[in-house]
Design a binder for this molecule. Structure first.
Ligand code: NAD
Ligand code: IPM
Ligand code: MN
Length: 353
């Protein structure tokens, strides 16, 4: 039987509650489609940090490397400053394995209420392609005159030509592959002098190589408004690390709940393992109550299967998610307006698979 070696990092908070449902769905898919999930657990979290002073062991990345993929829950919890926990675990994985594409589908599914008026399932259906390896996310910068009224803090954003070109090219290739008509780029070239005009110029040049695909450029501020007011106009959106982060919470916001949103941190060259995780975080406000919605985790696991060449199983998982959401008789967690538990919803999806 085919086996996929998966490194499982459940992490913090609800990461530990939704991960078992992701694995349950994967096992159900494996039984139906004839593969095995060989999962290895890595118990790394803010508790590890409290006990050892590190989020993961010194050779943590080397422990992850031999796997076919990494499935992650969420990282970060009150008690450890977020920049310490995230730069200690999640962000180093994205960088070490050159997962420079963060792919985040945003879809309004039947049975989920959008806060927008006059939108029907299928009306909102876009792919956010977020640059995931450079840009605004950096540890470069400094602090001077600390604690004085003259204190100065700088934070350096780096945009390389290689990094910018490869993410924009990925977005156009994705549009071509999926038969999508348009790629929209989010920048802020009226306010940021160096980086964003550079991005716009690279976007225009790369777009010219894809004459059959329309392209447009939006300043990030008005794009945020348009995603709410005219969400149908977007097909594929390409954005820098920070702008892509913000848009990929805004998208799930307009499609009903952040808890559904999946993401894939991809190394397209397959030189390193890719990582799959929900868009949401550890949700400290509901952690420990068993009421987190596991769909973002399950959908991320489906994206992982697709990446591993199990396209039919991935489709079956997504169909099970859609089937459960569309059926009012099926369980719903509180974020979807119901009273079900994480396990109730996870089991209902696994049963359909
Ligand atoms: P969050 O996504 O954890 O929570 C935001 C809100 O959405 C909360 O009200 C939460 O209850 C709700 N929510 C999130 N996921 C849900 C789910 N599956 N079911 C039901 N409700 C859900 O964002 P935050 O509060 O900004 O961050 C909390 C912690 O998580 C921080 O430490 C942050 O750094 C971290 N974080 C980690 C990741 C990641 O690991 N990829 C992503 C985002 C935030
Ligand atoms: C996400 C998260 C992370 C990010 C944080 C936790 C560093 O918000 O995956 O969207 O900004 O990339
Ligand atoms: Mn985010």
């Amino acid at each position: 039987m085919r086996a996929h070696r998966i490194a499982v990092v459940a992490g913090d908070g609800i990461g530990r509650e939704v991960m078992p449902e992701g694995l349950r769905a994967l096992e159900a898919a494996g039984r139906r489609f004839g593969f095995e999930i060989a999962a290895t657990d890595f118990d790394w979290s803010c508790e590890t940090y409290a006990a050892t002073g590190r989020m993961m062991p010194e050779d943590g990345l080397e422990q992850l490397r031999p796997h076919d993929a990494i499935l992650l829950g969420a990282v970060g919890f009150p008690g450890v400053p977020d920049h310490i926990s995230l730069w200690g675990l999640l962000l180093p994985i994205r960088r070490a394995f050159d997962q420079y594409v963060n792919l985040r589908p945003v879809r309004l599914l039947a049975g989920v209420n959008s806060p927008l008026r006059d939108v029907a399932p299928g009306d909102i259906d876009m792919w956010i392609v977020r640059e995931n390896s450079e840009g605004e996310y950096s540890q470069v910068g400094g602090r001077m005159f600390e604690g004085t009224p003259d204190e100065v803090v700088t934070q350096v954003a780096t945009f390389t030509r290689r990094g910018t070109d490869r993410i924009i090219t990925y977005a156009f290739d994705l549009a071509r592959r999926l038969g999508r008509g348009r790629v929209s780029s989010a920048t802020k070239s009226n306010g940021l002098w160096h980086s964003m005009p550079f991005w716009d110029a690279r976007f225009a040049e790369i777009a010219s190589r894809y004459p059959e695909i329309e392209h447009d450029q939006h300043h990030i501020d008005i794009m945020a408004a348009r995603m709410v007011m005219q969400p149908r106009r977007f097909d594929v959106i390409v954005a820098s690390n920070l702008f892509g982060d913000i848009l990929s919470d805004l998208g799930p916001g307009v499609t009903g709940t952040i808890a559904l949103a999946p993401s894939a941190n991809i190394n397209p060259e397959r030189a390193h393992p890719s990582m799959f995780e929900p868009v949401h975080g550890s949700a400290p406000d509901i952690a420990g109550r068993g009421i987190a919605n596991p769909i973002g985790q399950i959908w991320s696991a489906a994206m992982m299967l697709d990446h591993l060449g199990e396209g039919a199983a991935a489709q079956a998982m997504l169909a099970a998610i859609e089937g459960v959401l569309a059926d009012p008789a099926e369980p719903r967690t509180p974020d979807l307006g119901g009273r079900a538990t994480t396990q109730d919803l996870g089991r209902a999806i696994a049963d359909r698979i």
